[in-house]
Write a protein that binds this ligand. Structure first.
Ligand code: PMV
Length: 354
């Protein structure tokens, strides 16, 4: 009998970034990272599983809120089809998937739509195939899609994702169908370090560019390994991770600010110094950063960070959100503002998209 499951999974914003991969095909990081799970920026995915039918006929649909569902274009569908193969094998199920997905926020612009997308897909499809993953299993299975940061979207609150021990060599057959290499079978799962109730942080996202980015983060993870400054940042990370853990534990915003901004600068510094370089910033990225600095000088607690794209996340305590959103929305070049907050993580059970 056909089984249908709809799952929603949130995006997350990293305080300490995953930047540089050990195995990009399977989302294996070179460094540990820490993030905050969001609420409003989420992906919703419906998976239908038709047991016994041929898995070669899987279908991938896009189901935007404002238009009829349509078959996903090949570049979008290809990694989803690989992940569906992986999920079928993990669930020891045989049958055909039909999946449809939607995002509640701009896709492919550095707002972690692949993290939420693959977490939602993996939760919906595995559950429809008859093996509902635990959060730990979801974390590991979702990162194998190649969107490593999906590992952190498996949990609510504040989440740490460790890097694997060095010395495990990546599989020798890159690309294509998943192989049985060590990173396919070795669990590299994130874990929560504090719940969403621990600290009510807000994320005011200033969208200054809505076009899909020209260089994917998967390509970014590969290219930044060639930056002459890559090792320098790696050496700073144990201190930064410890600082962010302590800031979260103590709900100490002032302690968080310098690390948050240094990590965002370094992500883009490594990108700009990669070979060939990657430039994600737009002119109004700087407009927002300047405004955050001015807000702070006036006494409003706020700090900026970014992922691999031009848009700026302004993190602040709950009681500063009004002031931050008011300032940011009035800035030249800000096309829209998303007011998000720390959230409780993925869930199943919404109505079907197809
Ligand atoms: O999950 P990926 O492979 O799309 O990598 C994205 C990583 C960054 O968003 C750039 C940083 C992070 O830790 O989220």
């Amino acid at each position: 009998m056909t089984r249908v499951v709809t799952a929603a999974a949130p995006a997350n914003i990293a305080f300490v970034k995953y930047w540089g991969s050990r195995d990009g095909e399977r989302g294996v990081p070179l460094n540990a990272s820490i993030s905050m799970t969001l609420t409003r920026c989420r992906s919703v995915c419906t998976a239908e599983f038709h047991p016994g039918e041929d898995g070669g006929d899987d279908e991938v649909w896009l189901a935007p809120a404002d238009a009829e569902p349509s078959p996903a274009p090949e570049p979008f569908a290809a990694p989803v089809l690989v992940q569906l193969q992986r999920i079928r094998r993990w669930a020891s199920a045989s049958g055909r998937f039909r999946v449809a997905t939607r995002n509640t926020f701009p896709t492919g612009t550095g707002l972690a739509s692949s993290a939420s997308g693959f977490a939602a897909l993996t939760l919906a499809a595995a559950s429809a195939a008859g093996r509902e993953p635990s959060p730990e299993e979801l974390s590991d299975l979702a990162r194998r899609s190649g969107s490593g940061s999906a590992a952190r979207s498996a949990y609510g609150g504040f989440v740490e994702w460790p890097a694997p021990e060095t010395g495990v060599e990546p599989p020798t057959r890159p690309g294509g169908m998943p192989t049985a290499g060590p990173y396919e079978s070795t669990a590299i799962r994130a874990a929560p370090i504090a719940s969403h109730e621990h600290w009510d942080l807000r994320d005011v996202i200033a969208v200054v560019g809505e076009a899909p980015k020209a260089v994917s983060s998967r390509e970014g993870h590969r290219r930044v390994l060639g930056s002459p400054y890559f090792e320098t940042r790696l050496a700073l990370l144990p201190g930064r991770l410890a600082e962010v853990r302590k800031a979260i534990e103590a709900r100490d915003f002032d302690r968080l600010v310098p690390v948050l901004e240094a990590e965002a600068v370094d992500l883009h510094f490594l990108a700009m110094s990669a070979r060939p370089p990657i430039h994600y910033w737009l002119p109004h990225t700087v407009t927002v950063i300047d405004a955050v600095r001015a807000l702070r000088d006036e006494g409003t607690p706020a700090a900026w960070t970014m992922d691999a794209g031009p848009n700026v996340h302004v993190i602040c305590p709950a009681d500063a959100e009004e002031a931050v959103a008011g300032r940011v929305s009035g800035l030249e070049g800000v096309r829209s503002v998303i007011r998000d907050r720390v959230g409780r993580g993925p869930e199943t059970g919404a109505g079907p998209l197809l």
